[in-house]
Design a protein around this ligand. Structure first.
Ligand code: ZN
Length: 115
């Protein structure tokens, strides 16, 4: 289980392969779709993230981070009047920071082990 899969589990977010993900009709306003992934909040408030299961593992982590960004930044809540482009830019930035932080933690572990 990857770091991001653990985070999603802690947030109670279900992860699905994109190939079996079929949004509920009428819920399109609560869905974000990106290349390789999608996130959805259903009528009961449950959140799911779908990830392209054919993508390499590192890419799946980036997709999960991007979709998690949509969730944590409130893009599925419909409260914020951001354009789709603004939401995508925020999710991209969120994903980049999460991936960089995870690499930094690995780098710090490597440095501690070496010196
Ligand atoms: Zn997106």
């Amino acid at each position: 289980m990857s770091f991001l899969e653990k985070v999603c589990k802690e947030y109670g977010i279900d992860l699905y392969p994109l190939s079996v993900f079929s949004p509920v009709k009428g819920m399109e306003d609560f869905i974000t779709r990106s290349k390789g992934g999608a996130s959805i909040k259903d009528s009961e408030g449950d959140i799911s993230i779908a990830i392209d299961d054919t993508a390499p593992a590192r890419e799946r982590d980036a997709i999960a981070a991007h979709e998690l960004g949509h969730v944590i930044l409130g893009h599925l809540d419909g409260k914020y009047k951001l354009s789709e482009e603004q939401c995508e830019n925020e999710a991209r930035l969120f994903s980049a920071v999460i991936i960089a932080m995870s690499l930094y933690d690995k780098y710090r572990s490597y440095i501690k082990a070496e010196f």
